[in-house]
Design a protein around this ligand. Structure first.
Ligand code: XMP
Length: 515
């Protein structure tokens, strides 16, 4: 499957390592120009075959001088395609085109004052003195023939260089980071004024293009989509529904391990608002029975996964004339797995444990979108804010937030406490800022006193973290007044709880979830 939607000008962002490329690709898209990340090993002819409007070289963690430093097929410079090199990318193009990169031993890291020294399309209408974000050890010491220097800083005499005739540009600073205040304008100048890109990648055009693509792929055949309650599956379902109408059947397995109101919200949104054919499987009893007396977290996960598969199989038997299955794969999944051309793969990949022998063709309407674009599309499609901005939620649900046995009573306690956490985070305007915020129910009970009565009941632990990708996380510094409301409300409103504690562990050493 070709990723590039042909209706859009496309910018290729060449990845020289260490995640720099993703941020650049997102900034390009924020300028409403479609971008794709490609490896630096891609031959120039292959890049040119994609007919990009421009190519941007990312930064990278290495020096051009170390053996094995990543480079690029030099024919890329002769393809007539505008090029912008950023940091390592600028040094690489300077070196490959005959300039010189020096190991000065005097790098620049962080906010740096830069002077624009000659008129350049990149800096049109921008102040001559500006603060930029630098992170380099080496410096460009001499520009290649045909190039000129257009900006300098204290330790980077060549902070920007250009050959406007060949439309090849380089900047030593990072225009993609927020610390470079005018960085997005520099990028836009390159995209619009140098490369002539049209700003046509918008939420409405994304929807139109994806709806057309899905319609073409389905060819009028039936398609099913599992809804988890999360943003990705919801947006994927809403998009496919626009393309497939009543050929779409959504399946929502209510495990009884969801947060408060989630099942109702899925019903409300998909059955009532979108009038989607929704199979709502109420399987809470099966999951609780299967979890009876299970304490080990990994066994909980396994049991939940297996029960899910069994339930889904039963539903799928009734829907066996469907040939397609929707998956909410996002662009970062594609970049990370490196499988850009995943053709027909078995459905167990990434679907939260679907049966392996179910052999569907996959429909992946979000496969070229970043998370923020998925949210924008979701808003545009009219999905409720609570779904579009929902925080990540683990597949095994509340079961891995109950330390010890999962019983209907303990689920009820956790669900009620957790709902209060979410309400208060929303009320304090923190929900979108935090990666996750939730309640955990532990196995111990502690003594308390309420009124004249001694109590012996469960504590609830508040877990709230900030994170970019869940690989690392920091505990959130919640305001005292929010903590106070949480404590008072949970103890007053949730029977069975007499104490509230706060988890102040970052990841590592802790994990985000308790199990
Ligand atoms: P941890 O607890 O490992 O979690 O720091 C990292 C992120 O993954 C989510 N998580 C899960 N998601 N199935 C899932 O789909 C799981 O079994 C699972 N366990 C953890 C967690 O919520 C956090 O965002």
């Amino acid at each position: 499957m070709q990723l590039t939607p042909p209706a859009f000008d496309t910018v290729l962002v060449v990845d020289f390592g260490a995640q720099y490329a993703q941020l650049i690709a997102r900034r390009v898209r924020e300028a409403h120009v479609y971008s794709e990340i490609v490896p630096h090993t891609m031959p120039a002819a292959e890049m040119a075959a994609r007919r990009p409007a421009a190519i941007i070289f990312s930064g990278g963690p290495k020096s051009v001088h170390v053996p094995g430093a990543p480079d690029i097929d030099p024919e890329v410079y002769d393809a007539g395609i505008p090029v912008l090199g950023i940091c390592y990318g600028a040094q690489l193009l300077a070196q490959q085109l005959g300039g010189e990169v020096a190991r000065t031993g005097r790098g620049e890291y962080g906010r740096t004052a830069m002077e624009v020294t000659a008129a350049s399309a990149l800096f049109a209408d921008l102040p001559l003195s500006q603060d930029v974000w630098m992170s380099h050890g080496d410096s460009i010491a001499a520009v290649p023939a045909g190039f000129r220097v257009v900006a300098s800083s204290a330790e980077a005499p060549v902070a920007a260089l250009e050959d406007p005739d060949r439309r090849i540009y380089g900047v030593q600073f990072h225009p993609e980071v927020a610390h470079t205040a005018r960085g997005q304008e520099v990028l836009k100048h390159f995209l619009y004024d140098v490369a002539g890109c049209r700003p046509s990648w918008t939420r409405t055009s994304i929807i139109e293009q994806q709806v057309d693509a899905v319609r073409a792929q389905l060819g009028g055949e039936k398609v099913i989509c599992g809804l988890s309650g999360g943003v990705d599956s919801a947006v994927a379902a809403a998009l496919v529904h626009k393309a497939a109408g009543d050929k779409l059947t959504c399946v929502f397995v209510d495990t009884g391990l969801m947060r408060q109101g989630e099942a109702e919200q899925v019903e409300d949104t998909f059955r009532r608002q979108f009038q989607v054919d929704l199979v709502h499987v109420k399987a809470a009893d099966r999951f609780v029975d299967a979890l009876n007396d299970v304490i080990d977290p990994e066994r909980k996960r396994k049991i939940i996964g297996e029960t899910f598969i069994r339930v889904f199989e039963e539903v799928a038997r009734d829907l066996k004339d469907a040939r397609f299955l929707v998956q909410g794969t996002l662009y970062p999944d594609i970049i990370e797995s490196g499988t850009k051309d995943a053709a027909r793969i078995k459905s167990h990949h990434n679907v939260g444990g679907l049966p392996e022998e179910m052999d569907f063709d996959l429909v992946e309407p979000l496969r070229n979108l970043f998370k923020d674009e998925v949210r924008a599309v979701g808003e545009e499609l009219g999905l409720p804010e609570e779904i579009v901005w929902r925080q990540p939620f683990p597949g095994p649900g509340l079961a891995v937030r109950i330390v010890g046995t999962v019983t209907p009573e303990r689920l009820e306690i956790l669900r009620a406490a957790d709902a209060i956490v979410l309400q208060e985070m929303r009320r304090a305007g923190l929900e979108r800022e935090l990666w996750q915020s939730f309640a955990v129910l532990v196995a111990a009970r502690t003594v308390g006193v309420m009124g004249d009565e001694r109590t012996y009941a469960y504590p609830i632990v508040i877990r709230a973290v900030t994170s970019d990708d869940a690989m690392t996380a920091d505990w959130a510094r919640l305001p005292y007044d929010v903590l106070e409301r949480l404590s008072t409300r949970i103890i007053n409103e949730v029977p069975g709880v007499n104490r509230v504690a706060l988890d102040i562990t970052s990841k590592p050493p802790g994990t985000i979830e308790w199990e």
